[in-house]
Write a protein that binds this ligand. Structure first.
Ligand code: SF4
Ligand code: SF4
Length: 372
């Protein structure tokens, strides 16, 4: 089942975060806003509506800050989902992994999938993802992951790594496989760094365009080596660029359904890159609904919904004749809009990388755990 088929309701719980990652994609946006947390009332209404309209019973906790910073709220939402959806409910979290022992005890008994944003061996992790006082984050994350694995027993719980690839770790991918393996991690997804989401598309911001440096060819070369190495060790090593390689699809991801991602400021987003609704910027095409406080219901924006639903490789001109189209789906809408300002824009560097990867390693067998 390719990534495009992943259906779930996501809760963008809070802006609070206890780390200060150097590349944080929405850092400026988050700092400019007052601290905000998703109201429980909206989360509950979102569950009611999603469980009525979609067969999926998968719920997911995500940014814009660190979800475990609002641990009580996360636990209330999970309880409510189980009350409404029963035993079919499955749970997923993307976390920075720097949580305390109370939180990890709850995670152990309440979650099925935990993706830890973790950038590799301690020297890289501590440089890319430090605490605000520059204190290293690797020790507490290692301890938490080892503890979860030690205490997992027969629980249906997977703890995997979601790695942001930058110039620091791009050439250390085999070493990364060994390092994560030593912590008991068997599922690793790697994501090439992309320019942060700010007020304007990257194409209109010359300075930002020039500042962005990512050697995609080097990433792909080293990814293929690490992928083959990981396979020998029976470890899953994936790339965001290969997230649709295990099936066929004409769309890239859930943003084309779309499925709800509830924002802390009371909007419905289609994409992980758009974590607030009130901003008037180029990413607003992903905000397709809003919570109406008075009526206590969601209201939707049909034109925006239709634009996302219409996005398919059949009607994107550069995709139509691409041999990789059914294993790509036209690539990530969020990144494309952020960089080109258009839903059907193109990232040619990524296209070359996807085609190389498909020739070298694809198509792939069914993934056990889809990209977050
Ligand atoms: S970031 Fe890309 S892959 Fe993720 S939801 Fe947004 S458009 Fe889809
Ligand atoms: S690789 Fe590029 S051209 Fe090919 S389907 Fe994907 S986005 Fe379209």
């Amino acid at each position: 089942m390719p990534h495009s088929h992943k259906q779930m309701i996501s809760f963008f719980l809070t802006t609070k975060c206890d780390l200060r990652c150097v590349y944080c994609y929405n850092c400026k946006e988050r700092l400019e806003l007052e601290e905000k947390t998703l109201p429980l009332e909206i989360a509950k209404a979102g569950i009611d509506e999603f469980f009525t309209n979609n067969k999926s019973r998968h719920i997911r906790f995500y940014g814009p800050g660190e979800p475990t910073q609002e641990f009580e709220l996360m636990s209330q939402i999970a309880d409510y989902a189980r009350q409404k959806g029963g035993k079919e409910v499955t749970t997923e979290l993307q976390t920075n992994g720097a949580f305390n022992s109370k939180v990890r005890g709850w995670l152990l008994d309440n979650l099925n999938i935990v993706w830890v944003s973790f950038d590799g061996p301690p020297d890289i992790q501590n440089q890319q993802r430090p605490f605000p006082n520059n204190k290293p984050s690797a020790p507490i994350i290692e301890e938490n992951i080892l503890w979860l694995h030690r205490n997992r027993g027969n629980r249906d719980l997977m703890v995997g790594a979601r790695v942001t690839m930058t110039s620091l770790n791009i050439h250390r991918q085999i070493e990364m496989v060994d390092y994560f393996c030593s912590l008991g991690i068997r599922y690793i997804w790697t994501d090439p760094e992309f320019p942060a989401v700010e007020k304007n598309p990257v194409c209109d911001d010359e300075k930002k365009y020039e500042q962005y440096e990512f050697n995609m060819e080097l990433y792909v070369d080293n990814f293929i080596k690490a992928y083959k190495y990981a396979r020998l060790k029976n470890i899953f090593y994936g790339s965001f660029l290969t997230c649709n390689f295990d099936g066929e699809t004409k769309i890239h991801c859930r943003a084309c359904t779309p499925v709800p991602h509830l924002t802390p400021d009371g909007y419905v987003s289609a994409c992980d890159l758009v974590v607030f609704g009130a901003n008037k910027n180029h990413m607003n095409c992903f905000i397709y609904g809003k919570w109406n406080k008075q009526k206590k219901q969601f209201e939707y924006y049909p034109k925006r919904l239709k634009a996302m639903q219409d996005r398919s490789v059949d009607n994107i001109s550069h995709c139509k004749d691409c041999f990789a189209k059914l294993h790509c789906g036209g690539y990530c809408l969020g990144e494309v809009v952020n960089e080109t300002g258009m839903l059907d824009g193109q990232k040619p560097i990524v296209c070359r990388a996807i085609r190389t990867l498909l020739k070298e390693i694809g198509p792939l067998e069914k993934f056990d755990y889809l990209h977050p």
